[in-house]
Design a protein around this ligand. Sequence first.
Ligand SMILES: Nc1nc2c(c(=O)[nH]1)N[C@H]1C(S)=C(S)[C@@H](COP(=O)(O)OP(=O)(O)OC[C@H]3O[C@@H](n4cnc5c(N)ncnc54)[C@H](O)[C@@H]3O)O[C@H]1N2
Ligand code: MOO
Length: 401
Amino acid sequence: MLDYYQALQELLEKLSHTPKVVQTDLLQATNLVLAEDIAVQYNAPLFDNSAMDGYAVGGELAGCDEWQIVERVAAGDSAENIVLTTGQAARIFTGAPVPKGTTAVIQQESTIVEGNVLKATQAIKKDQNIRYCGEELSKGGKLLTAQQRLTPAAIALLASQGYNQVKVYKPLTIYVFSTGNELIEPNQTLSTGKIYDANRYLLLSWLQQSPHQIIDGGILPDNQQQTVLALAEASKKADVIITSGGVSVGEEDHVRAAILQLGELVFWKLAIKPGKPFAWGNINNSKVFMLPGNPVSSLVTFQQLVVPALRVIAGEPASKAMIKPMMAKTKFAVNKVQPRREFLRIGLANDEAGFWAERLENQGSAMLATCITANALAEIPANATVNENDLIKIFPLDYKV
Ligand SMILES: Nc1nc2c(c(=O)[nH]1)N[C@H]1C(S)=C(S)[C@@H](COP(=O)(O)OP(=O)(O)OC[C@H]3O[C@@H](n4cnc5c(N)ncnc54)[C@H](O)[C@@H]3O)O[C@H]1N2
Ligand code: MOO
């Protein structure tokens, strides 16, 4: 059996490639990966401005305890033609440009105003409450580096610099299939031996939150020829094909054989529970991931292996594509060692002492309902016991891609 971290590293290394680049409107780039370095084109802040609603005071501060209010500047106004000298002040608002000669801004809570006369109720320091031009970013520097995923904050930063188009790696086209004669759709009538397809719904709804194009490939029957035809057809358009079921050793497990006929496949017995059988490979330029049929095995292998893999295929560096664990203290013990690294569904909570993990009942790999209460997976290393209050790795179940 292959160790999880070894498998993950090998998978991400072997997937590295150069994705296609497209120019796109800013909002369309959300969650895609930047394909170019972007320069700071304007100083930030763009101009000296006030950090508070209050009064800009000019000239020398020493010996000055009263100012004449001579001007008013609001956000959006120009202050280019205003100059404050010692003893002069301007009413000013947050974000408004400070007039020339401004030494400090006094926030209005620290002032007394009588007519046009301003007095301060607290000591004033030079430069207080002034955000100076270029103090955050200076023109010509690097704003963003290629391979950065464009989070909402990155989109906002680009907008704040006047960029309305960016070059990103092209969104992926991802096909999702389920496999198995036992599977029917939720709108169909149950008959003996049949079950409703859960995995395709898990994967489609999870992937819907990604910026990629997701195509529902439907249910493949346990039939070699039909599986080959469907996968060959999907591979004409797909960057990625994800299947679930039929990956282990049974005679009715046709997907592996179909992919081997059409392309290349690596089959792993992973030392993880759930999620032991896992396969990946390619049909021409389409990458293929085969998840185990049990719904929770699908969920765990999708989050722990395929999500990082999709990030790499979408253009992120492997180091950033890894899903990041956090640490939590256990409210449970594991006394029995077992040979596979276990990803337990847990309830993660926190108090003043930090995060703690509570083990949930019903950990079977077909027991999907536990995943509703669970908000994280706890990693129990192979051949290890865990005591109460031990610190262990936790992977939040946040359904990100
Ligand atoms: N002789 C062995 N049998 C099994 C082994 C093994 O090593 N030797 N491994 C077991 C483990 S662990 C897992 S996990 C499963 C994985 O099996 P497959 O990927 O081949 O999946 P199936 O046999 O097609 O299905 C397993 C199970 O999951 C149900 N299923 C499948 N697809 C869906 C779906 N889309 N929605 C809901 N449920 C689904 C299916 O009906 C089966 O009950 O193999 C073990 N067996
Ligand atoms: O690995 Mo299987 O996923 O134990 O049920």
